[in-house]
Design a protein around this ligand. Structure first.
Ligand SMILES: [Zn+2]
Length: 206
């Protein structure tokens, strides 16, 4: 995916999470679960407005950072790290490292989440990515390599990547309309999902 596509899908994921948060704090009756969700949200987005703004900017940066291994990418034009594309910068190790850093320097937690969302949307591309580089590749005699056992392909070029962006946004808009109780059929659907999600969470949190 290109930089703008990562920003588009990242914005969709963020919007979906905000809507889901609203749905949980408004509808759920399992108070310990609601308290946990509020604490997690306050951890990820600190209440100090300056720290929260830095965190949100770092989320956007995290959405673009993995492609610093490509000199033509949105961020790579400014900060280029000369290593093979979609190898070390596209791994779970970096997400974990920044998530741990985020425990101490809070805004970096959102950077880690942005980074994770980038990897998530690169994963269903034609070649996929290898979350645990360098292991897990299938090597071909012509020098090519593809993630071993890679089967989920949702897009394979620029146009199909934009179609995926549109599909993700249509889903998010339907969800938001349901949460806002604007379309009765979507409201029924979202409330059904919501109550199932609450019962599932209640299995673990009482
Ligand atoms: Zn990438």
């Amino acid at each position: 995916m290109k930089g703008d596509q990562h920003l588009i899908t990242g914005a969709a994921v963020a919007t979906f999470n905000v809507a889901m948060y609203e749905q949980i704090v408004t509808n759920w009756t399992n108070q310990p679960a609601v308290d946990l969700v509020i604490n997690v949200k306050n951890f990820i987005i600190p209440q100090n407005i300056i720290v929260a703004t830095i965190a949100i900017l770092l989320f956007a940066l995290g959405l673009l950072a993995p492609d610093c291994d490509s000199p033509k990418s949105t961020l790579g034009r400014f900060i280029y790290i000369p290593i093979e594309h979609r190898t070390w910068l596209h791994t779970a190790y970096i997400v974990i490292t920044f998530a741990i850093l985020g425990i101490f320097l809070r805004p970096f937690f959102l950077f880690a989440i942005g980074y994770f969302v980038h990897l998530l949307f690169d994963s269903p591309s034609k070649c996929g990515i290898c979350w645990f580089n360098p292991s897990g590749y299938k090597h071909y005699s012509n020098g090519g390599k593809v993630k071993k056992g890679h089967v989920v392909i949702l897009y394979f070029n620029d146009i199909t990547a934009y179609i995926l962006c549109a599909v993700v946004w249509i889903f998010v808009i339907c969800y938001v309309l349901g949460v806002m109780d604007l379309v009765p059929s979507l409201e029924t659907f979202v409330d059904g999902l919501d109550s199932k999600f609450e019962s599932f969470v209640s299995l673990f949190i009482h």
